[in-house]
Design a protein around this ligand. Structure first.
Ligand code: UDP
Length: 323
């Protein structure tokens, strides 16, 4: 099969590219390298079933051409990471809305199967746990620009589901819950690569707030497995799914586990949110996915434990530091 992956040089996109090429597919990665990196695709350089296009999902002619050449599209290109969203809100909003619009319209031409990446952020401050796909979505006030990301992704979901209903576009929406692993950069705020890097360098691990907020971390390899299976499942079309591990951990405990796993002498430093994020930031206390819909559809759910996720990131960062 010929596969187009937007955001193919990004963290998840590069793992998906490797996986699909290894399975015998022909993959074209489109990426503007704003947050993606060519190094992420180093293992595929020169491969005869892999091609890289530097360009933007905001370029309709390019997206149409690449879509016309593909059998199936994974749309992962987006502005992601709380820090990036807070630092560049208007650009992030437009990228996330217009990019998805462009990809969906290109897919519409020949009704091609299209995967739309969404996020657990869409649940916002919901207080019913675990979060299920049909739950109400409770984002905060517009003055808190963090929620612009959730709002843009909600609109992406609406558009994909609208086309699915109106013209039968085979679109599948997946909400990622704190996906992490090797190649995730800490530059845009993501907690685990930041903690591991700090621990390996003997710097303090900065825990925001009380550290009692909790998350569930899913290994990127598990998430890619779910993505591939979903796109092989006709019943998934026109549907929304959660993907994530459902093992919860507080951020303080996460910091302790990273320190233990690295044997670091680093300390944990609690810092107020106001020291780290600009005005307009609100954190969510807890985020827990219900993954039963996913498991029922594809016979799989992410289960790799946190210890393995931390070990993989530590191994990657140790290797990079030794190089
Ligand atoms: N966090 C932290 N220290 C860091 C980075 C993040 O304590 O260096 C916290 C952040 O405030 C949030 C949690 O870790 O409560 C997860 O943050 P991340 O940005 O990785 O993902 P989010 O779940 O917020 O999208």
């Amino acid at each position: 099969m010929k596969v187009l992956i937007t955001g193919g040089a990004g963290f998840i996109g590069s793992h998906l590219s490797e996986r699909l090429v290894a399975e015998g597919h022909t993959v074209t990665a489109l990426d503007d390298l704003s947050t993606g990196r060519r190094e992420n695709l180093a293992s595929l350089a020169g491969h005869n079933r892999f091609g890289f296009h530097e360009g933007s999902v905001l370029d309709p002619a390019l997206v149409q051409k690449l879509t016309d050449d593909a059998d199936i599209i994974f749309h992962l290109a987006a502005a992601v990471g709380v820090k990036l969203i807070m630092d560049e809100p208007s650009r992030s909003i437009l990228t996330n809305i217009n990019g998805t619009e462009t990809v969906l319209k290109a897919a519409l031409k020949d009704n091609k199967p299209v995967f739309i990446a969404s996020t657990s952020e869409v649940y916002g401050k919901a207080t019913k746990f675990p979060f299920s796909e049909d739950d109400d979505l409770t984002i905060g006030a517009t003055k808190n620009l963090r929620w612009s990301y959730a709002s843009a992704k909600q609109l992406d979901e609406f558009l994909a589901l609208a086309y699915a209903r109106e013209v039968g576009l085979p679109a599948v929406v997946l909400r990622f819950f704190n996906t992490t692993g090797p190649r995730q950069t800490g530059r845009y705020g993501m907690v685990l690569p930041n903690f591991v890097q700090a621990a390996l360098e003997g710097r303090p691990l900065t825990v925001h707030g009380t550290g009692e907020q909790s998350r569930c971390f899913g290994h990127v390899a598990d998430v890619v497995e779910a993505m591939v299976r979903l796109m092989q499942t006709p019943e998934a079309r026109g549907q929304v799914f959660n993907v994530g591990n459902d093992q919860e951990v507080t951020i303080r405990s996460l910091a302790e586990q990273v320190i233990a796993a690295t044997g670091s002498s680093s300390q944990i430093k609690l810092v107020p949110y106001s020291d780290v994020y600009p005005e307009g930031f609100e954190d969510m206390a807890r985020r827990l996915p219900d993954v039963s819909k996913l498991e029922n559809a594809i016979g799989f759910r992410p289960r790799r434990p946190l210890s393995e996720i931390i070990a993989d990131i530590v191994a990657e960062k140790r290797a990079a530091m030794a190089a």
